[in-house]
Each structure stands twice: as C-alpha cells, then as structure tokens.
Design a protein around this ligand. Structure first.
Ligand code: SAM
Length: 268
C-alpha cells in the first residue's frame, strides 16, 4: 500500500516491526486521507478562541493539525508509536497524552472532536457522558450513527437512541465515503453533532430508566407488558400505562414516564 504521507510525517509509518497490521486493526486505525473532510469536520465544530478541545485517537494527526490553532488542544492516543511521533510533531502546540480513553479521566472540556475507533464507539460515547463537556463532533460507522439519531417508529430506534437522547441532542451532519480513509474500512461513515442538554422529562431514578430501556428493547417485538413482567416480576403490571404497545412506539418522555411509574411501585 502506498503511503500518502510526505516528509517528516513518514515517521508515522515507520513503527517498529512489532507494530503489526493486526494491532492496527484492533485499534480501529483507519486514517483520514481526504483533507477536505478533515477541514469540514473542524469547521463544523465552530470552535471559539480559548475553548478547551479534546481529540480522541489523533492517529497521524489529520484533525490534530487543524485543531491545535483553534483552541487549547488535548489529544489522547492509545497507540504508543503514534503518540511518540505526535508528541514530537505537536510538542509546542498541543498536549498529546498516551493513554486509553476508556480509562483516562476527562477534564472539563468545551468541544470534543474525533474520528472514533469503530469497535469501541459505544463504550467511548457512554463513558464520555459521565464527564463535563458542551458539544461533540464525532465520526461513527454509518449504521451506528443511524441508530444513534433514530426516532420513535423507526425499526432502528432503540436503546442507543434513547440513552444518547437522555444526555444530548443528536444530529447527522454528513456522510463520509470509505474512500476517504487508509486503509479503507468496509463501511461508509457519518459525522454526528451532539450537544449536551437536560432531557425534556423528569426522571425519578436513572437506574430504573436504564433497566426499563434495556428490557423493552431487548425483546422489541414483544408487548411492553411481557418485557416488564420479565424484568420486574415483583410488580403488578395490571394498571400500568403503555402495556399493549411495543418499545418502538414510545418516545423517550413516555419511557421516562413508565420508568417513574415502575419506580414508584417498586418503592411502595
Ligand atoms: N484521528 C485520526 C484520523 O482521523 O485519521 C485517526 C482515527 S482512527 C479511526 C482511530 C484512532 O484512535 C487511532 O489512532 C487509534 O490508535 C486510536 N485509538 C484506538 N483505541 C483508542 C483508545 N481506547 N483510546 C485512545 N485512542 C484510541
């Protein structure tokens, strides 16, 4: 495979021999090689001077080199070799941290920008919701992005859509062809914008909400009555609302209402 890298950047390619193709695959290393896409992503982040930016998985720096001049940039890269080269390249312009985003403690951040490693998009996203940030421009595999933004009534509306909606608004921005990467992934990608906000419902107990969401979407073809009976056998579902519907018919506020009713019954 011919490398698109020039000059000093060829160091990204010269990893020691133990740095196998298998490891690159495990880390979801599909690098952006289309600079128009990188520019579009960074422009859409609408970063104001002095804002704190987090980049997850800077890789060979396709986004990093556009981000560092926009604000105060921290970039967390798990791959040892890439982190070494990035630290040299951006030594004066960004804080490069060699660490795993799934264990690293995220400081308060204004904007997160990332082309995420696909296999761990979901754990990364849900871990990020435990921390303080304002908005995120994230690239996901297209199928994941579609499920993330899906609305009630759709076949792909599910646990991911409802749980993400609890923490943020979600909006698809644009599709990215697999030809924009090297090596090419099998599937196209989508860039999504998330903005943190409070949900438009009151919730009495988050754990019950999570349990209800998991229950009704795990057996999405079953009536909600049967799902709730299985998950909360201690509860009398006789007089509960929404029991004859299926999960895809309930919007997040209705699921929250159901969760509050169940929590009240459990607390009796
Ligand atoms: N941002 C670069 C780009 O757009 O070309 C690289 C994107 S590549 C899809 C994902 C990057 O995330 C890789 O550099 C990979 O090594 C890194 N990565 C994978 N797992 C990670 C983790 N748990 N924590 C931090 N970085 C990770």
């Amino acid at each position: 495979m011919t490398s698109p890298l020039q000059g000093e950047d060829r160091r990204f390619d010269s990893a020691p021999a133990h740095h196998s193709r298998r490891k690159q695959k495990m880390l979801g290393q599909n690098f952006l090689i289309d600079s128009n896409i990188s520019k579009k992503i960074v422009d859409l982040a609408e970063i104001s001077e002095g804002e704190k930016i987090l980049e997850i998985g800077p890789g060979r720096g396709a986004l990093t080199e556009l981000l560092f001049s926009k604000g105060d940039l921290i970039a967390v890269e798990k791959d040892k070799w890439l982190a070494v080269v990035l630290k040299q390249k951006f030594r004066e312009s960004a804080e490069i941290i060699e660490d795993d985003i799934l264990t690293w403690d995220v400081p308060p951040i204004d904007v997160i920008v990332a082309n995420l490693p696909y296999s761990i998009s979901s754990p990364i996203l849900f871990r990020l919701f435990n921390y303080e940030w304002n908005r995120a421009i994230l690239m996901f595999q297209e199928e994941f992005a579609n499920r993330l933004v899906a609305k009630p009534g759709s076949k792909i509306y599910g646990r991911l859509s409802v749980m993400a909606n609890h923490f943020a608004s979600t909006k698809k921005l644009f599709k990215v062809s697999k030809t924009a990467f090297q090596p090419q992934p099998k599937i196209h990608s989508q860039v999504v914008k998330l903005v943190r906000r409070e949900p438009d419902y009151d919730l009495d107990d988050f754990d019950t909400f999570e349990k209800v969401v998991r229950s009704i979407f795990t057996h999405r073809r079953k009536k909600i009555r049967n799902c709730i009976r299985l998950t909360f056998p201690e509860i009398d579902v006789q007089n509960l609302k929404y029991m004859d519907l299926r999960a895809e018919n309930l919007n997040p506020s209705e699921i929250a209402e159901l969760s509050n009713l169940i929590f009240a019954l459990k607390s009796e």
